[in-house]
Design a protein around this ligand. Sequence first.
Ligand code: ZN
Length: 332
Amino acid sequence: MGEDLERLKQRLPLLDYLRQLNWSGRPTAQGSEFVGLCPLHPETRPSFYVNGRKNLFYCHGCGQGGDLIRFVELSLHLSFPQSLAYLQQQRVPAGAADAREQAVAFYQQLLPRHPEALRYLERRGVHDPALIEELRIGYASGGNLRRHLTNQGYSLESLQRDGLVNLQGGDAFYRRVVLPCGQDRREVVNLYGRSIDAAFPHRFLPGPKGGLFAWDSVRHFSTVILVEGLLDLAVLWQAGFCNTTCAFGTHLTPFQFHQLSEQPDRVVYIVFDQDENRAGQRAAHQLARRLAGVSVPARRVQLPAGHDPNSYFVAGAAAADFADCLEGAQPL
Ligand SMILES: [Zn+2]
């Protein structure tokens, strides 16, 4: 029983649970602590503190505090055994995550049947079938997901609410290569779609994008490479840099920043786009300073002008070239 409880708390970190309830907290001066409005009583000034490392909360407004189980007891007015039973059920993905999971599996099946999608991936430097399988890359040819999922019992309204189907009743993704986003392999938090026709920008489904990509496997490395996009990550994993994670952009959410800084002796290599307007470099510099502020050593990696990790590999760079860039990274 004791071990079960600990395992449950590991699997469902308090911050993740609160995030699912749309609780938003801002980091305090201490890296692993967040403060926000108390979900347990009405208040206008944030007095609810969550310590991500200790997995504990405390509210200075109502004086309540404790762990995840205690939070469920208080917020749902359940007894301890009831709270435990409730949390054990959380193992099953909620409706939205479930429909997205089904969509990912469906898109994966379609990919090999569409040479135009495979050609697109090839152009973006992604060709290793094992990697395509591991990242669960699929293809939304468009116009067939709605029927597939409604046949499986999902209501049109629920698919529209999840964003998989648009308000006109059509599939949200059309002629797009699709990659699932999640903190681990078990839960699909969002879907990222890259149009194979250059005209359309990439897009996500509505809702949060989740924490850092594949953090469950990347967090164990003593050095971590942070990139902007999933196709940057794909070419780096393919080249053997499996300690690469991605924040889906240059601006980390408080939760992603918390993940990146939870272990002060982990070195973070930031590899943002080397674009002409220097936006990526500015963002990298700011992030490196924030990490230094919580004692996490950060390095800014310079790629040749005009490149992001994906274009660098597509242009012919090898793993050794990228390793040279890491070697020459600047501390701040
Ligand atoms: Zn309170």
